[in-house]
Ligand binder design. Structure first.
Ligand code: CA2
Length: 145
């Protein structure tokens, strides 16, 4: 359990690689899952990889990550709207790395605010799928030696 990282993906991320490649690239969510599993395995860490389009389901998935090494969370548009997700992160005492494929600060103003950043351990954005790898490496480095 302590050597498990949960990689949680929010709404519309199942469409990756099929639409808006100019923003999100051509990498699919299945490609990202493979990358995450490879990176985690190199650190001796197990991965739980999930995607949902439902806010409440993400709350449940965050609650289920309790006791893990940490969570890599791309909550998609819920990042900018969801107090429920912020409360879930805080309540479960999770070590969360908030990840975004795109540089949200170079996009529309409504993407500049995150309800999750104040309760996250750190934030990575703008590096595409590589951000997930960086987040896993950061959580692996935070492991008690
Ligand atoms: O850059 C990111 O990773 C985002 O979390 C992606 C969200 C967006 O609402 C956030 O502001 C930034 C949107 C995910 C939608 O993914 C799509 C993928 C392919 C086609 C259409 C949407």
């Amino acid at each position: 359990m302590a050597d498990t990282i949960h990689v949680l993906n929010g709404p519309n991320l199942n469409l990756l690689g099929t639409r808006e490649p100019e923003i999100y690239g051509r990498t699919t969510l299945a490609d990202i899952e493979r990358m995450c599993r490879e990176t985690a395995a190199a650190h001796g860490i197990d991965i739980v990889f999930r995607q949902t389009n439902f806010e409440g389901e993400l709350v449940t998935q965050l609650q289920e990550a309790r006791g893990s090494l940490g969570v890599v969370l791309n909550a998609g548009a819920y990042t900018h709207t969801s107090i429920a997700l912020a409360d879930a992160i805080k309540a479960a005492g999770l070590n969360v790395v908030e990840v975004h494929l795109s540089n949200v600060f170079a996009r529309e103003a409504f993407r500049h605010h995150s309800f999750l950043s104040p309760v996250a351990r750190g934030v990575i954005c703008g590096f595409g799928a590589e951000g997930y790898r960086l987040a896993i490496a950061a959580l692996a480095a935070s492991r008690a030696k």
